[in-house]
Design a protein around this ligand. Structure first.
Ligand code: NAD
Length: 324
C-alpha cells in the first residue's frame, strides 16, 4: 500500500499488533451499516502503544516519524494534525519537517537525504501534493526504501505489484482492511475502484485482487461512470471529487468504501454523496470517520516494523565490528 504470479500469496506488511480482527461496524438506527474506522484504529493503537513501549525498553529510544511538508495546503493541514496526534498517543516522536514552497528540488532531496542518514528517524512520509515545480519522481526516488513507510518508493510499489512483502501505501491498505475487519467477504465479488493514483486507487486495486476480488479500475477518462459503478458489489472510491458518486450510480446492497477527503468550506466531504447513497447501499464508510483514522494507525504499524528492522540491523553491524 506482496508472492505468486497472481499476486495473492504473500502477506501484507502490517505489524502483528494490527492483525487482531474485529467486527467494529456500527448501525445507524435507520439506514445502512456504517463502517467506522475509529474502533478498529483504537484497537490497533492499543497494541501499538504496548509495542512501542517494548521497543523503547529493548532499544533505549522511541523512534521518530519524519513528516516532510513542502509548502502547505488545507487537506495537508488536517492530515498532519491527525498523524501528529496519533504519534503522541502511541509513543512515537513526530517530527514535522517544513520546507518552504520556494525551494529547489535539490534542497528537498537534500533534506530527505539527511533524514535517510539520521538513525533516530525510522520512517519518512512526504505530504502530497507537492508544489508543481518540485518533481514528484525525484523526491520519491530520494527516500530510503527501508524508511518509506507509506510505500511510495518504486521498490515498495514494485514489491506490491509482484505480490511480495514490502511497505504498503497506508490509505490503500486501510480501504481493504476496513472491509476485512468488518467481516465483508471480498473473494469472488465484483469490486470496482474509482481512481488510479499511485498512492490510493492503483495499490487498493492490487490489494483487492490479492484478496481475490474481481477488480475493475475506473478513472477520469472512463466513459459512463455510472454504468460501471452499478456493476459493483463492492465499490471503493478515491477520486478527490466531492459527491462524484451518487445514489443512482449504485446497485442496491452495494458496500461502499469512500476514501475521498475533500475540504469544502468548513466541511470534510467524501467522494460519495452520502445523502443519496444511504438508501441504496448495505454498508458505507462515513467521511470523516471511516478510512481516515485507520490509515494513520496502519502507517504507525509500518513505522514499528521499519524501526525494529533498522535497530536489529544496527545491532548486528555493531556486533560484527566488535567481533573483528
Ligand atoms: P489523485 O488526484 O492523485 O487521483 C485521483 C484519481 O481519481 C485519478 O486516478 C483520476 O483519474 C480519478 N478521477 C478523477 N476524477 C474522476 C472522475 N470524474 N471520474 C472517475 N475518476 C476520476 O487523488 P488521490 O491522492 O488518489 O486521492 C483520492 C482521494 O482520497 C482524495 O479525496 C484524497 O483527499 C483522499 N485521500 C484520503 C486519505 C485517507 O486517509 N482517507 C489519504 C489520501 C488521500
Amino acid at each position: 500500500m506482496k508472492g505468486g504470479s497472481d499476486g495473492a500469496a504473500a502477506s501484507s506488511a502490517t505489524a502483528s499488533s494490527a492483525s487482531t480482527s474485529s467486527a467494529t461496524a456500527s448501525s445507524a438506527p435507520t439506514g445502512p451499516r456504517l463502517l467506522t474506522g475509529g474502533p478498529i484504529a483504537a484497537q490497533i493503537r492499543e497494541g501499538l502503544t504496548a509495542d512501542f513501549a517494548a521497543f523503547k525498553e529493548r532499544w533505549g529510544y522511541s523512534p521518530t516519524l519524519a513528516i516532510v511538508l513542502v509548502g502547505a495546503d488545507a487537506p495537508s493541514a488536517v492530515y498532519l494534525q491527525q498523524i501528529l496526534r496519533t504519534c503522541e498517543k502511541v509513543g512515537v516522536l513526530g517530527r514535522l519537517v517544513g520546507i518552504g514552497s520556494d525551494v529547489t528540488p535539490d534542497a528537498v532531496c537534500n533534506e530527505i537525504e539527511r533524514l535517510n542518514a539520521d538513525p533516530a528517524v525510522a520512517g519518512i512520509i512526504v505530504q502530497m501534493p507537492l508544489p508543481a515545480r518540485i518533481p514528484l519522481r525525484t523526491v520519491i526516488d530520494s527516500i530510503d526504501p527501508a524508511k518509506d513507510i507509506d510505500g511510495i518508493h518504486p521498490r515498495n510499489a514494485g514489491l506490491l505489484s509482484l505480490g511480495y512483502d514490502g511497505f504498503l501505501p497506508a490509505t490503500a491498505q486501510a480501504a481493504v482492511e476496513i472491509l476485512k475487519r468488518s467481516g465483508i467477504e471480498i473473494a469472488g465479488k465484483r469490486v470496482v475502484v474509482v481512481g488510479r493514483s499511485n498512492v490510493v486507487g492503483k495499490p487498493a486495486a492490487l490489494l483487492l485482487m490479492r484478496e481475490h476480488g474481481t477488480v475493475s479500475i475506473l478513472h477520469s477518462k472512463t466513459r459512463d461512470l455510472g454504468h460501471h459503478t452499478r456493476d459493483a458489489e463492492i465499490l471503493v472510491v478515491a477520486a478527490g471529487k466531492p459527491g462524484l458518486v451518487t445514489g443512482e450510480m449504485l446497485s442496491p446492497g452495494v458496500v461502499v468504501v469512500d476514501v475521498g477527503i475533500n475540504v469544502v468550506g468548513d466541511k470534510l466531504l467524501g467522494d460519495v454523496d452520502f445523502e443519496s447513497a444511504k438508501g441504496v447501499v448495505s454498508a458505507i464508510t462515513p467521511v470523516p470517520g471511516g478510512v481516515g483514522p485507520l490509515t494513520n494507525a496502519l502507517l504507525l504499524t509500518h513505522l514499528l516494523q521499519a524501526a525494529t528492522a533498522q535497530a536489529e540491523r544496527s545491532a548486528a553491524a555493531a556486533e560484527s565490528v566488535a567481533a573483528r
